[in-house]
Design a protein around this ligand. Structure first.
Ligand SMILES: Nc1ncnc2c1ncn2[C@@H]1O[C@H](COP(=O)(O)OP(=O)(O)OP(=O)(O)O)[C@@H](O)[C@H]1O
Ligand SMILES: [Mg+2]
Length: 340
Protein backbone atom coordinates (compact mmCIF):
# COMPACT_ATOMS: atom_id res chain seq x y z
CA UNK A 1 0.00 0.00 0.00
CA UNK A 2 2.78 2.39 1.04
CA UNK A 3 4.69 1.49 -2.09
CA UNK A 4 1.62 2.18 -4.20
CA UNK A 5 1.21 5.55 -2.47
CA UNK A 6 4.82 6.55 -3.18
CA UNK A 7 4.54 5.28 -6.74
CA UNK A 8 1.39 7.25 -7.43
CA UNK A 9 2.56 10.39 -5.66
CA UNK A 10 5.90 10.20 -7.52
CA UNK A 11 8.04 10.44 -4.40
CA UNK A 12 11.41 12.04 -5.06
CA UNK A 13 14.52 11.71 -2.94
CA UNK A 14 16.46 14.93 -2.30
CA UNK A 15 20.18 14.62 -1.55
CA UNK A 16 22.77 16.93 -0.03
CA UNK A 17 26.20 15.37 -0.52
CA UNK A 18 28.08 17.48 2.02
CA UNK A 19 31.71 17.22 2.97
CA UNK A 20 30.75 16.18 6.49
CA UNK A 21 27.06 15.24 6.32
CA UNK A 22 25.11 13.19 3.81
CA UNK A 23 21.40 13.99 3.98
CA UNK A 24 18.40 12.52 2.20
CA UNK A 25 15.05 14.30 2.44
CA UNK A 26 11.65 13.83 0.88
CA UNK A 27 9.06 16.58 0.69
CA UNK A 28 6.43 14.42 2.39
CA UNK A 29 8.60 12.77 5.06
CA UNK A 30 11.24 15.41 5.81
CA UNK A 31 14.54 13.85 6.91
CA UNK A 32 14.84 10.27 5.66
CA UNK A 33 18.54 9.72 6.32
CA UNK A 34 21.34 11.74 7.95
CA UNK A 35 24.79 10.16 8.14
CA UNK A 36 28.37 11.38 8.37
CA UNK A 37 29.83 11.33 4.85
CA UNK A 38 32.47 8.75 5.76
CA UNK A 39 33.65 5.39 4.48
CA UNK A 40 35.84 2.84 6.27
CA UNK A 41 38.19 0.94 3.97
CA UNK A 42 40.09 -2.23 4.83
CA UNK A 43 43.68 -1.48 3.80
CA UNK A 44 44.43 -5.10 2.97
CA UNK A 45 41.42 -5.97 0.84
CA UNK A 46 40.88 -2.31 -0.25
CA UNK A 47 37.16 -2.90 0.15
CA UNK A 48 34.74 -0.53 1.88
CA UNK A 49 33.62 -2.27 5.04
CA UNK A 50 31.37 0.41 6.57
CA UNK A 51 29.60 3.67 5.77
CA UNK A 52 28.47 6.68 7.80
CA UNK A 53 28.13 6.27 11.57
CA UNK A 54 29.37 2.72 11.36
CA UNK A 55 32.49 3.93 9.56
CA UNK A 56 33.01 6.62 12.21
CA UNK A 57 32.97 3.92 14.88
CA UNK A 58 36.17 2.55 13.32
CA UNK A 59 38.03 5.82 13.99
CA UNK A 60 40.76 5.21 16.52
CA UNK A 61 40.09 1.45 16.49
CA UNK A 62 41.24 -1.40 14.28
CA UNK A 63 44.98 -0.72 14.86
CA UNK A 64 45.63 0.94 11.51
CA UNK A 65 44.07 -1.78 9.40
CA UNK A 66 41.02 0.33 8.62
CA UNK A 67 41.24 3.74 7.01
CA UNK A 68 38.30 6.08 7.63
CA UNK A 69 37.98 8.93 5.15
CA UNK A 70 35.67 11.44 3.50
CA UNK A 71 35.33 10.65 -0.20
CA UNK A 72 34.07 14.19 -0.96
CA UNK A 73 36.31 16.62 0.98
CA UNK A 74 35.73 20.34 0.38
CA UNK A 75 32.94 19.54 -2.07
CA UNK A 76 35.16 17.95 -4.71
CA UNK A 77 35.25 14.22 -5.30
CA UNK A 78 38.61 12.95 -4.02
CA UNK A 79 37.99 9.23 -4.40
CA UNK A 80 35.55 8.52 -7.22
CA UNK A 81 35.10 4.85 -6.49
CA UNK A 82 34.42 5.41 -2.78
CA UNK A 83 32.18 8.43 -3.44
CA UNK A 84 30.07 6.48 -5.93
CA UNK A 85 29.74 3.51 -3.62
CA UNK A 86 28.78 5.78 -0.71
CA UNK A 87 26.13 7.64 -2.71
CA UNK A 88 24.62 4.40 -4.02
CA UNK A 89 24.71 2.82 -0.55
CA UNK A 90 22.91 5.70 1.21
CA UNK A 91 20.41 6.11 -1.61
CA UNK A 92 19.49 2.43 -1.40
CA UNK A 93 19.18 2.71 2.38
CA UNK A 94 16.88 5.75 2.08
CA UNK A 95 14.73 4.05 -0.58
CA UNK A 96 14.46 0.96 1.62
CA UNK A 97 13.29 3.09 4.55
CA UNK A 98 10.45 4.56 2.48
CA UNK A 99 9.80 1.26 0.75
CA UNK A 100 10.41 2.93 -2.62
CA UNK A 101 10.89 0.80 -5.67
CA UNK A 102 11.77 3.26 -8.43
CA UNK A 103 12.18 6.92 -7.70
CA UNK A 104 13.72 10.12 -8.96
CA UNK A 105 16.77 11.55 -7.23
CA UNK A 106 17.48 15.28 -7.06
CA UNK A 107 20.97 16.11 -5.91
CA UNK A 108 22.43 19.42 -4.74
CA UNK A 109 25.88 19.80 -6.25
CA UNK A 110 28.47 22.50 -5.62
CA UNK A 111 28.91 25.37 -8.06
CA UNK A 112 31.83 24.63 -10.33
CA UNK A 113 31.44 20.85 -10.16
CA UNK A 114 33.24 19.28 -13.14
CA UNK A 115 31.51 17.29 -15.88
CA UNK A 116 33.34 14.16 -14.71
CA UNK A 117 32.07 14.67 -11.16
CA UNK A 118 28.54 15.28 -12.40
CA UNK A 119 28.68 12.04 -14.36
CA UNK A 120 29.94 10.19 -11.28
CA UNK A 121 26.96 11.47 -9.27
CA UNK A 122 24.51 10.46 -12.00
CA UNK A 123 26.02 6.98 -12.30
CA UNK A 124 26.05 6.47 -8.53
CA UNK A 125 22.38 7.41 -8.26
CA UNK A 126 21.52 5.00 -11.04
CA UNK A 127 23.37 2.22 -9.23
CA UNK A 128 21.50 3.28 -6.08
CA UNK A 129 18.19 2.62 -7.86
CA UNK A 130 17.12 6.05 -9.14
CA UNK A 131 15.21 5.82 -12.41
CA UNK A 132 16.17 9.40 -13.17
CA UNK A 133 18.56 11.90 -11.57
CA UNK A 134 18.55 15.68 -11.70
CA UNK A 135 21.13 18.10 -10.37
CA UNK A 136 20.49 21.37 -8.55
CA UNK A 137 23.01 24.16 -7.91
CA UNK A 138 23.63 24.18 -4.18
CA UNK A 139 23.00 27.90 -3.46
CA UNK A 140 19.62 27.70 -5.23
CA UNK A 141 18.73 24.71 -3.09
CA UNK A 142 19.87 26.52 0.05
CA UNK A 143 17.69 29.50 -0.83
CA UNK A 144 14.63 27.30 -1.25
CA UNK A 145 15.44 25.70 2.11
CA UNK A 146 14.60 28.98 3.84
CA UNK A 147 10.91 28.34 3.26
CA UNK A 148 8.27 29.75 0.96
CA UNK A 149 8.49 33.48 1.81
CA UNK A 150 12.20 34.18 1.45
CA UNK A 151 12.77 33.16 -2.20
CA UNK A 152 9.98 35.50 -3.30
CA UNK A 153 12.22 38.63 -3.04
CA UNK A 154 13.88 39.92 -6.22
CA UNK A 155 17.42 39.15 -5.07
CA UNK A 156 19.26 37.49 -2.21
CA UNK A 157 22.69 37.48 -0.60
CA UNK A 158 23.43 34.04 0.81
CA UNK A 159 26.29 32.57 2.83
CA UNK A 160 26.51 28.81 3.39
CA UNK A 161 29.21 27.94 5.94
CA UNK A 162 29.90 24.26 5.31
CA UNK A 163 32.40 21.82 6.77
CA UNK A 164 34.79 21.73 3.81
CA UNK A 165 34.14 25.10 2.20
CA UNK A 166 31.76 28.03 2.33
CA UNK A 167 29.91 29.69 -0.51
CA UNK A 168 28.75 33.28 -0.73
CA UNK A 169 26.42 34.12 -3.59
CA UNK A 170 23.99 36.62 -5.06
CA UNK A 171 20.87 34.95 -6.39
CA UNK A 172 18.02 36.35 -8.40
CA UNK A 173 15.02 34.71 -10.05
CA UNK A 174 16.32 31.16 -9.93
CA UNK A 175 19.82 32.06 -11.05
CA UNK A 176 23.14 32.52 -9.36
CA UNK A 177 24.40 35.94 -10.54
CA UNK A 178 27.71 35.88 -8.73
CA UNK A 179 29.42 33.56 -6.28
CA UNK A 180 32.67 32.86 -4.49
CA UNK A 181 33.84 29.60 -2.96
CA UNK A 182 35.71 30.25 0.28
CA UNK A 183 38.37 28.18 2.02
CA UNK A 184 37.15 29.40 5.39
CA UNK A 185 34.75 26.78 6.75
CA UNK A 186 33.98 24.51 9.71
CA UNK A 187 37.07 22.33 9.19
CA UNK A 188 39.29 25.39 9.06
CA UNK A 189 37.78 26.63 12.33
CA UNK A 190 38.59 23.24 13.93
CA UNK A 191 42.14 23.58 12.67
CA UNK A 192 42.37 27.12 14.13
CA UNK A 193 41.22 25.82 17.55
CA UNK A 194 43.73 22.99 17.38
CA UNK A 195 46.59 25.29 16.46
CA UNK A 196 45.67 27.74 19.21
CA UNK A 197 45.54 25.02 21.88
CA UNK A 198 48.96 23.81 20.77
CA UNK A 199 50.50 27.29 20.94
CA UNK A 200 48.69 28.56 24.01
CA UNK A 201 48.59 25.44 26.22
CA UNK A 202 51.08 23.09 24.51
CA UNK A 203 48.08 20.82 24.24
CA UNK A 204 47.74 18.48 21.30
CA UNK A 205 44.09 17.83 20.29
CA UNK A 206 42.66 15.45 17.73
CA UNK A 207 40.45 17.13 15.13
CA UNK A 208 37.30 15.57 16.63
CA UNK A 209 38.10 17.14 20.00
CA UNK A 210 38.90 20.49 18.38
CA UNK A 211 35.46 20.40 16.73
CA UNK A 212 33.83 19.64 20.08
CA UNK A 213 35.63 22.57 21.70
CA UNK A 214 34.50 24.82 18.84
CA UNK A 215 30.89 23.75 19.23
CA UNK A 216 30.86 23.93 23.04
CA UNK A 217 32.84 27.13 23.63
CA UNK A 218 33.13 28.81 20.24
CA UNK A 219 31.60 32.19 19.51
CA UNK A 220 32.08 35.19 17.25
CA UNK A 221 30.99 37.80 19.82
CA UNK A 222 31.44 38.07 23.60
CA UNK A 223 29.00 35.83 25.50
CA UNK A 224 26.69 37.10 28.25
CA UNK A 225 28.13 34.47 30.64
CA UNK A 226 31.70 33.14 30.42
CA UNK A 227 32.06 29.45 29.56
CA UNK A 228 34.86 26.99 30.24
CA UNK A 229 35.41 23.28 29.77
CA UNK A 230 38.13 20.82 30.69
CA UNK A 231 39.68 19.76 27.37
CA UNK A 232 41.45 16.41 27.33
CA UNK A 233 44.55 16.34 25.16
CA UNK A 234 48.21 15.37 25.20
CA UNK A 235 51.13 17.58 26.13
CA UNK A 236 53.03 18.30 22.91
CA UNK A 237 56.41 17.47 24.50
CA UNK A 238 55.79 14.67 26.97
CA UNK A 239 52.75 13.11 25.25
CA UNK A 240 51.23 12.81 28.73
CA UNK A 241 47.45 13.28 28.97
CA UNK A 242 46.87 16.65 30.65
CA UNK A 243 43.41 18.17 30.58
CA UNK A 244 43.41 21.96 30.37
CA UNK A 245 40.56 24.29 31.32
CA UNK A 246 39.80 26.27 28.14
CA UNK A 247 37.64 29.41 28.10
CA UNK A 248 35.25 30.85 25.53
CA UNK A 249 37.50 33.93 25.29
CA UNK A 250 40.48 31.81 24.15
CA UNK A 251 38.41 30.00 21.53
CA UNK A 252 36.91 33.29 20.30
CA UNK A 253 40.42 34.61 19.76
CA UNK A 254 41.32 31.47 17.84
CA UNK A 255 38.26 31.91 15.63
CA UNK A 256 38.68 35.66 15.07
CA UNK A 257 40.53 35.23 11.78
CA UNK A 258 38.01 32.82 10.17
CA UNK A 259 35.13 35.02 11.34
CA UNK A 260 36.83 38.08 9.84
CA UNK A 261 37.42 36.19 6.57
CA UNK A 262 33.69 35.42 6.34
CA UNK A 263 32.81 39.08 6.98
CA UNK A 264 35.29 40.17 4.28
CA UNK A 265 33.75 37.73 1.79
CA UNK A 266 30.26 39.06 2.52
CA UNK A 267 31.51 42.64 1.98
CA UNK A 268 33.12 41.66 -1.36
CA UNK A 269 29.91 40.03 -2.55
CA UNK A 270 27.75 42.92 -1.33
CA UNK A 271 29.87 45.24 -3.48
CA UNK A 272 28.98 43.12 -6.51
CA UNK A 273 25.19 43.40 -6.10
CA UNK A 274 23.82 45.17 -9.21
CA UNK A 275 22.44 48.61 -8.36
CA UNK A 276 18.85 47.76 -9.32
CA UNK A 277 18.87 44.75 -6.96
CA UNK A 278 20.61 46.46 -4.04
CA UNK A 279 17.38 47.61 -2.33
CA UNK A 280 15.99 44.05 -2.39
CA UNK A 281 19.22 42.62 -0.97
CA UNK A 282 19.52 45.31 1.69
CA UNK A 283 15.86 44.86 2.64
CA UNK A 284 16.14 41.15 3.11
CA UNK A 285 19.65 41.13 4.52
CA UNK A 286 22.11 38.27 4.66
CA UNK A 287 20.75 34.71 4.49
CA UNK A 288 22.94 32.42 6.56
CA UNK A 289 22.97 28.62 6.48
CA UNK A 290 25.25 25.57 6.75
CA UNK A 291 26.36 23.95 10.01
CA UNK A 292 29.19 26.45 10.48
CA UNK A 293 26.61 29.23 10.82
CA UNK A 294 25.66 27.68 14.17
CA UNK A 295 28.77 29.22 15.69
CA UNK A 296 27.37 31.34 18.51
CA UNK A 297 26.90 34.98 17.58
CA UNK A 298 28.12 34.57 14.00
CA UNK A 299 24.83 36.02 12.77
CA UNK A 300 25.21 39.08 14.98
CA UNK A 301 28.89 39.50 14.08
CA UNK A 302 28.31 39.31 10.31
CA UNK A 303 25.23 41.55 10.52
CA UNK A 304 27.17 44.25 12.38
CA UNK A 305 30.11 44.09 9.97
CA UNK A 306 27.92 44.26 6.86
CA UNK A 307 25.34 46.68 8.29
CA UNK A 308 22.59 44.25 7.29
CA UNK A 309 19.91 42.27 9.04
CA UNK A 310 20.73 38.55 9.12
CA UNK A 311 18.32 35.67 8.73
CA UNK A 312 19.71 32.33 9.77
CA UNK A 313 17.91 29.26 8.43
CA UNK A 314 15.76 27.51 11.03
CA UNK A 315 17.78 24.32 10.64
CA UNK A 316 21.06 25.42 9.01
CA UNK A 317 22.43 21.86 8.66
CA UNK A 318 19.39 20.67 6.69
CA UNK A 319 18.71 23.85 4.70
CA UNK A 320 20.13 22.53 1.40
CA UNK A 321 18.43 19.11 1.61
CA UNK A 322 15.12 20.71 2.55
CA UNK A 323 15.48 23.11 -0.37
CA UNK A 324 16.15 20.29 -2.84
CA UNK A 325 13.01 18.51 -1.64
CA UNK A 326 11.01 21.70 -2.19
CA UNK A 327 12.47 22.17 -5.66
CA UNK A 328 11.47 18.60 -6.51
CA UNK A 329 7.92 19.22 -5.40
CA UNK A 330 7.36 22.82 -6.44
CA UNK A 331 9.89 24.05 -8.99
CA UNK A 332 11.47 21.12 -10.82
CA UNK A 333 12.51 23.50 -13.63
CA UNK A 334 15.34 24.63 -11.32
CA UNK A 335 16.86 21.15 -11.60
CA UNK A 336 18.80 19.90 -14.64
CA UNK A 337 20.15 16.62 -15.90
CA UNK A 338 23.53 18.29 -16.45
CA UNK A 339 24.61 21.72 -15.29
CA UNK A 340 26.68 22.18 -18.49
N1 LIG B 1 27.01 24.39 17.02
C1 LIG B 1 27.96 24.51 16.09
N2 LIG B 1 28.88 25.49 16.17
C2 LIG B 1 29.83 25.63 15.25
N3 LIG B 1 29.95 24.82 14.17
C3 LIG B 1 29.07 23.82 14.04
C4 LIG B 1 28.02 23.61 14.98
N4 LIG B 1 27.30 22.52 14.58
C5 LIG B 1 27.87 22.08 13.44
N5 LIG B 1 28.92 22.84 13.12
C6 LIG B 1 29.85 22.67 11.99
O1 LIG B 1 29.11 22.58 10.81
C7 LIG B 1 29.89 21.85 9.83
C8 LIG B 1 28.96 20.89 9.10
O2 LIG B 1 28.06 21.66 8.40
P1 LIG B 1 27.30 21.13 7.10
O3 LIG B 1 26.65 19.83 7.39
O4 LIG B 1 26.47 22.26 6.60
O5 LIG B 1 28.55 20.86 6.13
P2 LIG B 1 28.53 19.99 4.81
O6 LIG B 1 27.33 20.37 4.00
O7 LIG B 1 28.71 18.56 5.14
O8 LIG B 1 29.88 20.49 4.13
P3 LIG B 1 30.09 21.29 2.76
O9 LIG B 1 28.88 22.16 2.55
O10 LIG B 1 31.35 22.08 3.02
O11 LIG B 1 30.28 20.25 1.71
C9 LIG B 1 31.00 21.14 10.60
O12 LIG B 1 32.22 21.82 10.36
C10 LIG B 1 30.58 21.33 12.06
O13 LIG B 1 31.69 21.41 12.94
MG1 LIG C 1 26.88 21.82 2.62
Amino acid sequence: MRRLFHYLSGTDLALDLGTANFLVFSQAQGAVLAEPALVAVDRYSEQIIAYGREARDHLGRSAGRVLVSRPIPDGTVADFSAAKQMIAHFLRAAARKLDLFRYRALVAVPLGISAVEQRAVLEACEVGGARDTLLVEEPLAALMGFGPDVPAAAAHLLLDVGAGRSVVAILSRGRCLSSEILKVCGDLMDEAVRKDCLERFELFLGLGMAEQVKMTLGSAVALPEPLTMPVPGKNRHSGAPVPVEVSDAAVREALAEPAQALADAVARMLAKVPADLAPAVRGQGLLLCGGGSLLRGLDQYLGERAGLPVLRAEDPLACVARGVARIAAEQPDLAKAFLG
